[in-house]
Ligand binder design. Structure first.
Ligand SMILES: Nc1ncnc2c1ncn2[C@@H]1O[C@H](COP(=O)(O)OP(=O)(O)OP(=O)(O)O)[C@@H](O)[C@H]1O
Length: 437
């Protein structure tokens, strides 16, 4: 049979499902007609969840916000749009997207988005640009609270005994930093390799297994093993058992209570047993607020040394604000806030409230969050135009939903019965509005 007589559609279908690029296509009404396996992995949605609803329905907002819809309207492709967001499973994802209009002859029949998942790459690239220039030791870690002192004491014991460690804690609580300190304490000079679970496939684990003879008594830190599919967890377990025979030291982390993770089939029991000779729970920052201000002062001292700035403190209002805020993103969120704030400083020594970024003022209580009584219509007050009233109510309600779900957009969106993209859009609109007022 000549090649032109072969029906190629099964081949395209197969390629679409197996290619390492996320594909999302919509028809002219905005309905999803293609949502391949990689895209499902990236965004955490199922095809069925999208197929019945048009994007116009899902994103009931300014259509420019969705590049697919934007391209559908303009008929012009958009290239290299980089996005970082938390997907439906609560994983931080970075993608680079190209979006094209699709034509049948001269007729526009839809639009297609191709997403490259660069999450792991980003982490690997930024790894050498760490905030700490010197090796991480236990003294690098801010630990003024009782719970963090206990964490450090247990971690020191684990390093001495060279027992595998399982670090348990929310994202941004400092698990990787603790893993590095443990590694440094027992094998100074040797390499620590980090296995990032997101986007990891069997070949990376296989490669690590093959390299483990070279790694020798170095360390492999397996970050967020609960995000690995169970089949890869099994492969990791075999690799770890083999590696520990060559004296390789293993540390792992999980984002939630391991017993619950096992019960919900997200963590392999045997893998847990391998790592759990020492289980160290790192509390969220909101439960150890004594660490907030010392971390800020450590950060300022590093900032002065690194970039020669003169920043040395916070005024009372800012100190109170940082102390009362809940820090759903933990020290990572605090560190990002400090990065953003200090990047705007010139000769200022003390950080005052007006120097804080608007988005932080909005989510903390600085602008006076609305209370339920603000929404009661009283005869002695002027009525707001309906649109303003609804917008105020939306701000209040969305912020409460975000607070209730510890700042997790995916969970808050699910509770509000809207898509993650819709909620993210609305939160951005609130921030934009805040910046303009
Ligand atoms: N106790 C601490 N002292 C000093 N710096 C900290 C501390 N905890 C966290 N950090 C800083 O906060 C950032 C986030 O920490 P880290 O990456 O170790 O968190 P994590 O718990 O591993 O997060 P994830 O689960 O998302 O990987 C890092 O840049 C780290 O430098």
């Amino acid at each position: 049979m000549k090649p032109e007589n072969i029906d190629l559609s099964p081949f395209y279908k197969f390629a679409g499902e197996h290619v390492a690029i996320g594909i999302h296509a919509i028809d002219t009404k905005g309905k999803t007609i293609l949502y391949n396996k990689k895209m499902r992995e990236i965004e955490g949605f199922d095809f069925e969840e999208l197929v019945d609803r048009s994007l116009l329905e899902m994103f009931r907002f300014d259509q420019h916000e969705s590049t697919l819809l934007q391209v559908l309207q303009s008929g012009t492709p958009v290239f290299n749009v980089k996005q970082t967001y938390w997907n439906r499973k609560g994983q931080e994802i970075t993608t680079i997207n190209d979006t094209y209009p699709v034509l049948d002859g001269k007729n526009l029949i839809g639009a297609i988005e191709l997403s490259r998942d660069v999450t792991t790459l980003e982490k690997v690239i930024y790894q050498p640009l760490r905030k700490y220039d010197e090796p991480i030791t236990f003294s690098t870690i801010t630990a003024l609270s009782k719970s963090m002192k206990k964490v450090i004491a247990t971690a020191e014991k684990a390093a001495t005994a060279k027992l595998p460690v399982l670090l348990v804690g929310e994202s941004g609580t400092g698990k990787e930093l603790i893993a590095e300190a443990i590694h440094w304490a027992h094998s100074s000079g040797r390499q620590m390799y980090t296995l990032y679970s997101h986007g990891t496939d069997g070949t990376i684990i296989e490669q690590l297994g093959e390299d483990s003879k070279q790694i020798g008594d170095g360390t492999i830190y397996c970050e967020r093993i609960d995000l690995l599919p169970l089949s890869l967890q099994q492969q990791l377990l075999e690799m770890a058992e083999e590696g520990s025979r060559s004296n390789t030291y293993f540390i792992a982390s999980v984002g939630d209570d391991p017993v619950e993770l096992i019960a919900s089939h997200k963590l392999l029991k045997d893998l847990y047993y391998f790592f759990s000779s020492m289980t160290i729970k790192v509390e969220p920052l909101r439960s150890r607020k004594e660490d907030i201000l010392p971390f800020v002062y450590d950060y300022f001292s590093r900032h002065r040394m690194k970039v020669g700035s003169v920043v040395r403190g916070l005024d009372e209002e800012v100190a109170d604000l940082l102390y009362t805020y809940d820090w759903p993103g933990n020290l990572k969120e605090l560190e990002l806030l400090l990065d953003e704030t200090t990047s705007m400083l010139t000769t200022q020594e003390i950080v005052t409230a007006d120097m804080l970024p608007n988005h932080f003022k909005l989510k903390s209580d600085l602008n006076g969050a609305h209370k339920p009584e603000d929404f009661i219509v009283q005869s002695n007050t002027d009525l707001l135009p309906l649109e303003d009233y609804l917008f105020e109510a939306e701000i209040y309600y969305l912020q409460k939903a975000m607070d209730l779900h510890g700042g997790n957009v995916t969970k808050a969106a699910a509770a509000l019965g809207m898509s993650r993209q819709n909620l993210q859009y609305r939160l951005r609109k609130i921030k934009k509005n805040e910046a303009q007022t």
